[in-house]
Ligand binder design. Structure first.
Ligand SMILES: [Zn+2]
Length: 65
């Protein structure tokens, strides 16, 4: 499901957003303060499966905490 959870780094609010493609993630803005300084909350780092996505995704697997 292309619904991702985001957390705003500016106001700390968390929200869900429907994102069609990964490239649209960078266009997501915080609905509370309008900041684009949001982080996508996804637990895809631990998933080891068949990823047919192309390169240049720039996935960062930094652990939260
Ligand atoms: Zn915000």
């Amino acid at each position: 499901m292309p619904v991702y959870e985001f957390k705003c780094e500016d106001c700390g609010k968390e929200f869900e957003k429907f994102v069609i493609s990964a490239s649209k993630v960078s266009e997501v803005k915080c609905p509370y303060c309008g900041s684009q300084n949001v982080k996508k909350k996804i637990s895809a780092c631990g998933i080891s499966g068949s990823s047919s996505s192309s390169s240049s995704t720039g996935a960062t697997c930094s652990p939260f905490g």
